[in-house]
Design a binder for this molecule. Structure first.
Ligand SMILES: NC(=O)c1ccc[n+]([C@@H]2O[C@H](COP(=O)([O-])OP(=O)(O)OC[C@H]3O[C@@H](n4cnc5c(N)ncnc54)[C@H](O)[C@@H]3O)[C@@H](O)[C@H]2O)c1
Length: 428
């Protein structure tokens, strides 16, 4: 039976390597539509949680995991501990190391896949990476490790577009870009993801699919840098940037709303554009100036937030040293517990370097979520004693913003969440 038929009648065995923010929703969805799914996870505490049907990913509830498990989902530590898969999706991290792309996780996953890869099976890379990775980096490792040749197995790339915590768009209703290294691969990748999501968007090559993802993220990164820089100038000019953005957003064409903040975070924006910039420099020797400028502006937003805090305290004749500051929000985005690369970390650490006593509150991050060693998450209800200033860093709905507006003597709101409420303080 061909792999497309196995997909159609749901008898293909699917393995998803990496059960994080990207891999887990794909694995659960594949189980929901009828596949037997092996979720491979190397992190022991994550694996144990999955095996107990406890999800650490907002978009997958514990109930969904229980349901997926009853339908045939199984989390394992090694690909070799499970039946030989027909389709293998790789969703492992692609971080930066010393500012350069680090494909070490993809290499490790590829070595594991090569061990179990059989003729006719299909491998799909989902990790965000620079154009050329699938054909020039992943394919040779798979061939060498498995002893198979190009054409003996299928290989494709399909970037993940999920926006964790987005109530309107999830895995199923976000169109999925698909590609393959040859026609057979493209067709099988499209057939597999076509079974999981409402719409697939085939593109002509893996490099096009890889670049599509980087264009999307670089577009956001650059536009956020634009409004962040404008926010700084607007403060100097005495113009309210938030009202300007609201007004510009009334234009029904040619403008897209982006809002300023304390910087960018998460696994995508601070990292992915640098993959593209690195690749451009490697191939053409040219700097990707938009990315470098956006990195520079966004990376310095935490410094700017700290400057504003210091200036506000100064106006009250208070030094930042020994002041008591409440940081509201550690996660990099609203209604998420993801603190990776969060600009809040830089704000908190810089204020501490200046001698402030900083308490971090984040109701979206549960006590069981591991956080960096120097951070302790407190509940807002535990705040007692005198506070000099609160800085709003994440716009979680879980915060009671009316209470926040009333409760602190001075507030810097970097997210515009206190708009319409009376409070003493300033917006970014
Ligand atoms: N988080 C997002 O919003 C998002 C969105 C789109 C794309 N991406 C991209 O998807 C990729 C994965 O990101 P993520 O957010 O899911 O990362 P994550 O860190 O949440 O999950 C990756 C998981 O892979 C596991 N892992 C690493 N190597 C492994 C191996 N050899 N075998 C088994 N497990 C292994 C890790 O332990 C981890 O749990 C990255 O390239 C990222 O840029 C992320």
């Amino acid at each position: 039976m061909s792999l497309e038929e196995l997909i159609r009648n749901r008898t293909a065995i699917v393995a998803v390597i990496g059960q994080g923010y990207v891999g887990l929703p794909v694995a659960v969805r594949a189980a929901e539509v009828g596949f037997k799914v092996i979720g491979v996870e190397s992190n022991v505490s994550r694996l144990e949680a999955l095996q107990s049907c406890v999800s650490f990913v907002e978009d997958v509830s514990d109930e969904a995991l229980v349901n997926a498990t009853s339908l045939g989902y199984r989390a394992v530590a090694n690909l070799g501990d499970a039946p030989v898969p027909d389709i293998i999706v790789i969703s492992v991290p692609t971080p930066l190391k010393d500012g350069l792309p680090d494909l070490g996780f993809i290499r490790e996953a590829a070595l594991d896949v090569g061990e179990v890869l059989v003729k006719g099976a299909c491998v799909i890379l989902e990790s965000t990476t620079y154009p050329g990775t699938t054909e020039e980096f992943l394919l040779p490792i798979l061939c060498e490790r498995s002893g198979l040749d190009r054409g003996d197995f299928l290989l494709g790339y399909s970037p993940e577009r999920i926006d964790p915590g987005n109530p309107n768009f999830g895995l199923v209703n976000t169109p999925k870009v698909v590609s393959g290294i040859d026609e057979d691969s493209s067709e099988v990748v499209a057939a597999f993801f076509g079974a999981l999501v409402d719409q697939v968007v085939p593109v002509a090559s893996c490099a096009e699919a890889e670049m599509t993802k980087l264009l999307e993220n670089t577009f956001r990164h650059v536009n956020i840098a634009l409004v962040n820089e404008l926010a700084r100038f607007s403060a100097d000019l005495g113009v309210d940037i938030w009202r300007v953005i609201d007004a510009a957003s009334t234009k029904p064409f040619g403008f897209m709303r982006f809002t300023p903040g304390p910087g960018v975070g998460g696994h995508c924006l601070p990292i992915d554009p640098s993959y593209l910039a690195w690749q451009v420099r490697q191939r053409s020797g040219q700097p990707f100036r938009f990315v470098e400028l956006a990195n520079d502006i966004n990376d310095h937003m935490p410094d700017y937030v700290v400057e504003r805090v210091v200036a506000m305290l100064n106006d009250e004749r208070k030094p930042v040293k020994d002041s008591r500051i409440i940081a509201l929000g550690l996660a990099y985005k609203a209604n998420s517990s993801d603190w990776r690369e969060s600009p809040s970390l830089a704000v908190v650490r810089k204020l501490r370097e200046l001698g402030a006593e900083v308490t971090v509150c984040d109701p979206a991050i549960s006590k069981s979520t591991p956080v960096p060693e120097d951070i302790v998450i407190s509940g807002v209800d535990a705040i007692s004693g005198e506070v000099d200033l609160a800085v709003v860093l994440t716009a979680h709905d879980l915060f009671d913003w009316d209470w926040v507006a009333r409760s602190f003597p001075l507030i810097l709101d970097t997210r515009n969440v206190l708009r319409g409420r009376e409070f003493l303080g300033e917006w970014l």
